[in-house]
Design a protein around this ligand. Structure first.
Ligand SMILES: [Zn+2]
Length: 199
């Protein structure tokens, strides 16, 4: 993917900030970044969320087309033209994404699966516990790991649940769904994204 033309595109600041001068850098004035843009494969599968700048570059290079505009008007400007920042764009050519049967387990992904709650007591989780302790052959897997609070983690140490009389608040399963990883990494959805992300 070439980076040609990137430097020629300038973000136009909202007029509210343009008049603020040096005060625009003050931390109490919120900056209004352009919204992210959902990139779809040529077959309409969601791929990733791009920065507005990257999305506009892809449009200008002819690599992608607009699928949905953003109802809020965000404009980026090059020397010669203005481009509206869309909400959803689609690649002109299909890119092959290797299929991964399982979502890789990371700390952040596990916390997301468990809603940041301790799997034993339900308070805010700060660590990860191996249900069957590693010292007893427990695996580092979706099915054997659970979000956990400090207190439960300390109490449990290398014991089995049966030894403590504890039980899990929910069943431990690997997350399913094509878009799980992308959805879990997004803070919010843009306009029309739901049509492509909720599988
Ligand atoms: Zn706990």
């Amino acid at each position: 993917m070439g980076s040609n033309g990137q430097s020629a595109i300038k973000e136009r600041r909202p007029s509210r900030e343009a008049t603020a001068g040096s005060a625009a850098r003050s931390p109490d004035i919120p900056c209004a970044p352009h919204p992210r843009v959902l990139l779809l494969n040529a077959g309409y599968e969601a791929l990733t969320a791009l920065t507005a700048r990257r999305a506009v570059v892809m449009l200008l290079c002819g690599k992608a087309d607009v699928v949905h505009d953003n109802p809020e008007l965000h404009v980026m400007r090059s020397e010669t033209r203005e481009v509206r920042v869309p909400s959803v764009i689609r690649l002109r050519e299909y890119v092959h994404i290797p299929h991964r049967a399982k979502v890789p387990m990371t700390r952040a992904a596990l916390m997301h699966r468990d809603g940041n709650r301790c799997g034993y007591c339900g308070v805010r989780a700060t660590t990860i516990d191996h249900v069957v302790p590693r010292s007893r052959g427990g695996e580092h897997s979706w099915e054997n790991c659970v979000a956990c609070c400090e207190r439960c983690n300390r109490k449990k140490a290398d014991k089995m649940l049966a030894e403590l009389g504890w039980s899990l608040r929910h069943k431990l399963v690997a997350p399913q769904g094509r878009n799980w990883r992308l959805v879990s990494s997004l803070r919010e959805f843009g306009p029309h994204w739901e049509d492509y992300l909720v599988a």
